[in-house]
Design a protein around this ligand. Structure first.
Ligand SMILES: *Cc1c(COP(=O)(O)O)cnc(C)c1O
Length: 361
């Protein structure tokens, strides 16, 4: 059997194991010094904004919406071409997701489509920095200002991505990151809310901890969405390695850009720093699923993110006219780009893709 080059591969090493062991030996397992240190170290990645650690990226999105006052009757404009947690978190906060189309180059929500979706009930916009490519944040800041809307960011896939040297997570009124194992860095499970706003930061801290700042003097009805010190300790080790891994992802992507033929490789917008959570091509001349099967037979793992746009999932069941979303959902294919690829892995990916692309065209 050919050995498979996997589509994603979390890197966990001795340092992470030692960090977990240190926490277990300390006996301080819930919300202790590691969480506070992780938060302050993470803030350096987002231009010094407040960082509040929670137990998942989904919780980060949910807490951010509730903390910023999204409530029943509020519409939040989101892309349909994303992971289900994007829209689900709007629902969890009591709001209504309104799905806008994407543009096909960067796979991100199209600012024109988002603006056209605004109604008198619209409270907020939340673009997703999909695959690690920053959304069109200059345009979104402008739209949010003109229509008096809150601007959120789903940065779950985009740690250390930037636009015009401003990092993602430092554009909106709040942003959410995920540390799920396959993301660019992990804490096991985990998430982070970042915000420039003291009020949202404090409210997020209350919400994650039963509404308490002072023990047993609960101020509001909150959740338990705390991160443990075990997870934070893993996250701190990974955060130190993020810059090196990101550079490796970018170098891997450059090799693929320069050598792949017969498929549409992902362009990078002017001013954008892409961190390649996924390296996503479009297969336009043949059936994408057959293409994926064929490269799989020859040892190249791949993934389709996402085969069913959110609005058509059983959880929403909407019939909408989102032509670019529908087209891209049929064409997109994510290839391995993770930092553990060797030069010979990269060469094999190129050889297999180019041969399958030329055979099928
Ligand atoms: C992973 C992801 C989330 C959710 O993060 P979890 O940590 O898995 O809860 C939200 N949005 C996007 C775009 C994601 O990729």
């Amino acid at each position: 059997m050919t050995e498979m080059i996997p589509a994603a591969k979390p890197i966990i090493g001795d340092e992470e194991r030692e960090a977990v062991d240190r926490v277990l030996r300390s006996g301080m397992i819930a919300g202790g010094p590691e969480v506070a240190a992780f938060e302050s170290e993470f803030s350096e990645l987002v231009s010094g904004r407040h960082s509040i650690a929670v137990n998942s990226g989904t919780s980060a999105l949910h807490m951010a919406f509730v903390a910023a006052g999204i409530k029943a009757g509020d519409e939040v404009i989101v892309p349909s071409f994303t992971f289900a947690a994007t829209a689900n978190s709007v629902v969890l906060a009591g709001g209504t997701p309104v799905f806008a189309d994407i543009e096909q180059d960067y796979f991100n929500m199209d600012p024109k489509a988002a603006e056209a979706a605004i109604t008198p009930r619209t409270r907020a916009l939340m673009p997703v920095h999909l695959y690690g490519h920053p959304a069109a944040m200059r345009e979104y800041k402008d739209i949010a200002a003109r229509h008096n809307l809150l601007l959120f960011e789903d940065a779950a896939q985009a740690h250390a991505a930037a636009l015009d040297d401003i990092p993602v997570g430092a554009w909106g009124v709040a942003a959410s990151f995920s540390f799920y194992p396959t993301k660019n860095m992990t804490s096991g499970e985990g998430g982070m809310v970042t915000t420039p706003c003291d009020h949202i930061a404090r409210k997020t801290k209350l919400l994650r901890n039963q509404g308490m700042e002072k023990r047993y003097e609960n101020e509001i009805a909150g959740y338990n969405t705390r991160m443990t010190d075990i997870h934070a300790a893993i996250g701190r080790v990974q955060l130190k390695k993020l810059a090196g891994w990101t550079k490796q992802r970018q170098d891997n992507a450059k090799f693929l850009d320069d050598n792949l033929k017969g498929v549409v490789v992902p362009p990078v917008a002017p001013g954008a720093t892409h961190v390649y959570h996924q390296y996503t091509i479009r297969v336009v001349d043949q059936d994408r699923d057959k293409f994926a099967e064929e490269i799989g037979k020859r040892g190249i793992g791949s993934g389709v993110y996402y085969p069913i746009p959110n609005h058509r999932l059983p959880s929403y069941g909407l019939t909408l006219d989102l032509p670019v979303t529908e087209q891209v959902a049929k064409q997109c294919l994510s290839l391995p780009v993770h930092p553990s690829l060797s030069q010979s892995d990269l060469e094999k990916i190129v050889e297999v893709i180019n041969s399958v692309a030329s055979a099928g065209a």
